[in-house]
Design a protein around this ligand. Structure first.
Ligand code: PLP
Length: 498
């Protein structure tokens, strides 16, 4: 299977090359030239399939230049003892028709592990296939979850180094502790005395600095990106939606020919796009419900057909969704525009030039057939955490809470009460402040010490925090670099010995 660019001005490439390069040279995103036939999914409901077997069947459809043995070796490494649940992504039903798909049982306690535990293995194999002999330097700017997941994924993977820049005061205390205690001989974590945008701008500048690229090439190195526009991050995410379907059919009475809804708390539009691709592959989804926080640019887009990033940016309790430009949406646009790359280019030009674009009426209808959208503000997010705890004695994190609130709105607006799965994207103990405030009350959350809050929450609810989070306080700090944004390039030089 070949991969083409959404903007149609790059040559088709193999899966291995699409994974290695991430972004197409014309600035577009790679997608499969033709989508696998839907009939390919019928075996997925076979009883007793493990997560790993399911992953193998799905990945094989998209990564056709990998051998089955290569894929299985990658999968074995990625989804083994590093996940604390043998099911990898278990579904917890809180009602007869409502379940949470828990995507946080991996080493960093957020859903990004599902892709980032696998991607480094896939890249290593891709490099071998392409006879690519340079050292791969992963550069990552993170607002919290991606950086840690990339560090854990690439830790001690031969032929790679991973350098993560995080905003010194822009991540939660738990997230920061997760990063500065990172182990591995090839991991580098750098605090930046600026915000996430500055860190990201610094990384982007390095990616486009030709002189720097030449210096890197001369030293036998090359930059790569693990961010969510890489096709290698999307495909692994299809697997857990199929796994959830298998669970619903085998354990919760869903008829194999019945449909269900999927709710996804959304930022960069990666996780929900994977669910959409799952549907294209035959997953019987009725509606894909897109849940946003106060940065509700996607809610407006799905409701009106106009994407408009000219609006205020809010910092919220669900920081991994604080995004105004959802990069992965470009792949959906390609489908909405009837696979016409010229139309995609036109929309992307408008977005760059005036910060907005508007879909044609037929495109908007197509969008609304598949998606329903809503959002939650801060008070609604907190209320959702409290409500779910009181109703079901089940703890959810603020991102997942946004999903729950929007699902309530969907129920009320449509009356559609068919079985529904909400993607639970992070462990509640990763965001103790927001969760403690909701469950224990505002006074309880007055202490700024997140680890004290974690202990309090655990004691009050009887829910055990993941060991990797509870044990963080006792781990030695291994990374102490803090730099100004202007010093990012120099820091990379120092780390790489250039
Ligand atoms: C990254 C992230 C999201 C948003 O996912 P997208 O794929 O960017 O839409 C939601 N919740 C959590 C906890 C995350 O880390």
């Amino acid at each position: 299977m070949q991969y083409i660019s959404t903007r149609g001005q790059s040559r088709p490439v193999s899966a291995a090359e699409a994974l290695l390069t991430g972004l197409a040279p014309d600035g577009g995103l790679y997608l499969p030239e033709s989508f696998p036939a839907t009939a390919a999914v019928s075996p997925f409901t076979e009883p007793g399939l493990t997560y790993q077997q399911l992953a193998s069947r799905i990945l094989k459809l998209f990564l056709s230049d990998y051998t089955e043995a290569e894929l299985e070796a990658c999968i074995r490494h990625a989804y083994g003892g590093n996940f604390t649940s043998p099911a990898v992504t278990p579904v917890t039903m809180v009602g007869e028709k409502l379940g949470f798909l828990e995507l946080w049982h991996g080493p960093t306690c957020a859903f990004k592990d599902l892709a980032l535990q696998l991607l480094p293995r896939l890249l290593t194999v891709a490099a071998r296939k392409q006879r690519f002999d340079r050292e791969i330097i992963l550069l990552v700017a993170t607002s919290g979850d991606t950086g840690k997941a990339a560090l854990e994924g690439f830790k001690d993977v031969p032929g790679t180094k991973v350098i993560v820049f995080y905003p010194e005061d822009g991540v939660s205390a738990v997230q920061k502790r997760q990063m500065v205690t990172q182990e591995g001989t090839n991991t580098y974590v750098v605090g930046v005395t600026g915000n996430f945008d500055q860190a990201q701008a610094g990384v982007k500048a390095l990616f486009t600095d030709e002189e720097f690229q030449q210096e890197m090439a001369a030293a036998g190195k090359t930059f790569s990106s693990a961010n969510s526009i890489n096709w290698g991050r999307l495909v692994p995410q299809l697997v857990y939606y199929f796994k959830a379907w298998c669970d619903l059919c085998q354990n919760h009475g869903l008829a194999p020919d019945a449909t269900f809804n999927i709710v996804v708390p959304t930022g960069n539009f990666g996780n929900i796009l994977a669910a959409y691709y799952g549907k294209k592959l035959g997953l019987p989804v009725h509606k894909l419900i897109c849940a946003s926080n106060r940065n509700n640019v996607l809610t407006d887009f799905i409701r009106t057909g106009e994407y408009n990033r000219n609006r205020r940016f809010y910092q919220t309790l669900s920081p991994s969704m604080d995004i105004l430009v959802s990069s992965n949406l470009e792949r959906l646009l390609f489908d909405l525009a009837g696979a016409d790359p010229a139309q995609v280019r036109a929309y992307m030009d408008q977005l760059r030039e005036k910060g907005s674009y508007r879909l044609a009426a037929a495109e908007r209808e197509r969008l609304q057939e598949e998606f329903w959208a809503g959002y939650a503000d801060e008070a609604e997010t907190t209320a959702a955490i409290r409500r779910v705890y009181e109703r079901y004695h089940y703890l959810i994190d603020p991102h997942t809470a946004v999903g729950y609130k929007v699902y309530q709105d969907y129920l009320e607006a449509t009356g559609d009460d068919r079985p529904t799965i909400i993607a639970a994207t992070a462990s509640p103990f990763k965001f103790n402040y927001g969760v403690a405030q909701a469950v224990l009350g505002p006074e309880a959350a007055e202490t700024p010490d997140e680890f004290a809050l974690m202990a309090k929450l655990a004691a009050a609810t009887g829910v055990t925090p993941p060991a990797v989070l509870a044990g963080l306080q006792d781990k030695p700090v291994r990374h102490q670099r803090v730099i100004a944004p202007v010093a990012m390039a120099e820091t990379v030089r120092t780390i790489l010995g250039l």
